[in-house]
Design a protein around this ligand. Structure first.
Ligand SMILES: *Cc1c(COP(=O)(O)O)cnc(C)c1O
Length: 372
């Protein structure tokens, strides 16, 4: 029999029963699972969902399309029809490659797995989207999070130092950033991308609310990929994210994609909905207008600071955020408590911009919660 230790096998007495701690990788054991709050019966303003349903005609078109799906067959592994629709609807540059993910979360996972050789570093800023750090860790890469400045802008000097020191294989940068909501200074971000020795992925999950994109910078930066999702646009339940960039990068990353990661129902539904791009665009426009109105109303509340947002959520600072969060919850309004997640998030709550009616309910509940 071979010595299990010498062969890289498991430590411990041969008779010991398997336990998670004796079998699983330490980076798995060290993680806590992504927490999804129970929102049943609540005004749900914690996850940046689009509150508007699809119009009746589009729902009927989706229903007809779904009825035709041959669920006994594997889905189209190449997603031909969906990709064609997506290219047109999302303005993907004609010469760019396109990779689809079961949500952009899955694309982040593919990227992390692709670069995670021993010692590989994945760089980002903090605070930012928590899945970056989580998926880097699970893939076995080392996460380096460079703190933003107090006004949530990029610390260019600190980023340059981190790049020189750690030589990251991959940088994940959300534009606009979550949970802060701001767009970083574009010139600074471009200089950071130009300095990176590895791949730069700009995560544009909130592009529909931002009015800016790095898609037109793909031609200038050979190490740049742009990632987006349909989730915040109104299709969170379908799980569809996409990554665009040079076919050389996309072709390699395709090898990490499970062949049928986009199921047949998602392909059919998304294709049907993207035949009416004006629907989701109109809803995004309504949310952009509501964002301005909600921000103005919040600014009138004493003791509330509202940060500028280019996304479909607002970040607020209040006194005793955990208490206000609980008081909102007691009034049936679920927001995200950012306080406690990072020192820069002290006193912060993150709230999704919703319909005028839900925004009004939130404002009223907040007004009461601040006094309670
Ligand atoms: C919400 C969010 C995502 C996740 O998108 P899915 O496509 O739903 O997985 C990715 N990046 C950022 C910055 C987000 O805020």
């Amino acid at each position: 029999m071979t010595d299990p230790v010498a062969s890289g096998g498991l430590d411990g007495p041969l008779s010991a029963a398997a336990s998670p701690a004796s079998v699983l990788r330490p980076e798995v054991l060290a993680q806590s699972a992504y927490h999804v709050a129970d929102a049943r019966g609540m005004v749900k303003l914690d996850a940046m969902e689009n509150p508007y349903p699809l119009p009746e005609v589009v729902r009927e078109a989706v229903a007809r399309r779904l009825a035709e799906v041959a669920v006994n067959r594997y889905p189209d592994a190449a997603c031909h029809e969906l990709k064609q629709r997506l290219r047109a609807a999302a303005g993907v540059p004609a010469d760019a490659g396109l990779l689809l993910g079961n949500g952009s979360d899955e694309i982040i996972q593919m990227l992390a797995l692709a670069v995670a050789r021993p010692g590989a570093v994945i760089l980002g800023v903090e605070p930012s989207f928590v899945m970056f750090r989580l998926l880097a860790g699970l893939a076995g890469a080392r996460w380096v999070g460079v703190p933003l400045r107090a006004d949530f802008s990029l610390d260019e000097t600190a980023l340059q130092e981190a790049i020189e020191r750690h030589r990251p294989a991959l940088a994940l940068l959300a534009y606009p950033n979550n949970p802060t909501g701001n767009l970083f200074d574009r010139a600074v971000l471009e200089r950071v991308i130009a300095r990176l020795p590895g791949l730069a992925v700009v995560d544009e999950a909130y592009q529909a609310f931002a009015g800016d994109s790095f898609a037109d910078a793909l031609a200038r930066f050979p190490n740049l990929l742009v990632m987006r999702t349909l989730s915040k646009l109104g299709l969170a339940g379908l799980r569809l994210g996409y990554l665009m960039g040079s076919p050389a990068w996309i072709g390699e990353l395709e090898k990490l994609r499970l062949p049928y990661n986009i199921n047949a129902l998602t392909q059919a539904a998304a294709t049907a909905i993207l035949e009416h791009p004006e629907v989701l665009e109109g809803q995004a426009a309504a949310l952009r207008a509501a964002r301005g109105e909600l921000a103005a109303a919040l600014e009138r509340l004493p003791g509330v600071t509202v940060f500028p947002s280019a996304a479909n959520f607002l970040l607020l600072r209040v006194k005793s955020a955990p208490r206000v969060f609980d008081a909102l919850k007691a009034r049936g309004v679920l927001v995200k408590l950012a306080d406690g997640s990072h020192p820069l998030m002290e006193g912060c709550l993150r709230v999704t911009v919703s319909t005028p009616e839900e925004n009004r309910l939130f404002l009223q509940a907040l007004d009461e919660s601040l006094l309670s």
